[in-house]
Write a protein that binds this ligand. Structure first.
Ligand code: COA
Length: 165
């Protein structure tokens, strides 16, 4: 019996029940189910899931505005964290952004979410500002950008994150 590696693929409406369940486990202010259905119909969106053994273990998405790709969300099932799945998802989001002609990626992260911020820094994001009381519980968001992701240096970094030379 071969070992099946986790597979990253495009999110479909059939995935949304599992995705919304994972969203509720991962965020204090989760998106409602209907929000995901709507997102999948809107232009400039690209949502992916990572599936392992027939189960959705993570997901993420971007929204492209002009040449900036906004990372809308990313989450991995709690018991599957720190196994590289968030990295695989982020690689897929970068690939989707680049395919659509993005030059920069941006996102917001809770000021206290050092784990996620560390993951983003590994992809070349750096803090560029703060949105005070951005979240429902009044926590600040840190705004991060990864600039010029279409340039050679950033592509080399992405290939390193992908685990390829
Ligand atoms: C953020 C999240 C998606 C990361 O997923 P993941 O699968 O654990 O990420 P990876 O295993 O690919 O981590 C890659 C690297 O990022 C850093 N990192 C990730 N999570 C970390 C944590 N909790 N603490 C410190 N560093 C962390 C580490 O450098 C890690 O490498 P290492 O495990 O070799 O040390 C996951 O923790 C999650 O779903 N969190 C809840 C939802 C959330 O906060 N999403 C982000 C919203 S902005």
């Amino acid at each position: 019996m071969g070992v099946k590696t986790p597979l990253v693929r495009a999110m479909t409406p059939a995935d949304i029940a599992a995705v919304a369940e994972l969203e509720a486990e991962s965020f204090a202010d989760p998106w409602p189910l209907a929000f995901f259905f709507e997102e999948l119909t809107l232009p400039g969106r690209e949502y992916v899931v990572v599936e392992d053994g027939g189960r959705i273990v993570g997901y993420g998405g971007i929204m492209l505005i002009d040449r900036d790709a906004h990372v809308m969300t990313i989450a991995v099932r709690p018991e599957r964290r720190r196994q590289g799945l968030g990295t695989q998802l982020m690689v897929a989001l970068f690939d989707a952004a680049l395919e659509r002609g993005a030059r920069n990626l941006t996102l917001e992260v809770r000021a206290s979410n050092h784990g996620a911020a560390t993951l983003y820094q590994r992809f070349g994001f750096s803090a560029a500002g703060r949105r005070p009381r951005y979240y429902q519980d009044d926590e600040d968001a840190i705004i991060m950008w990864a600039l010029d992701v279409d340039q050679a240096e950033a592509r080399r970094r992405l290939d390193l994150m992908r685990g390829q030379p």
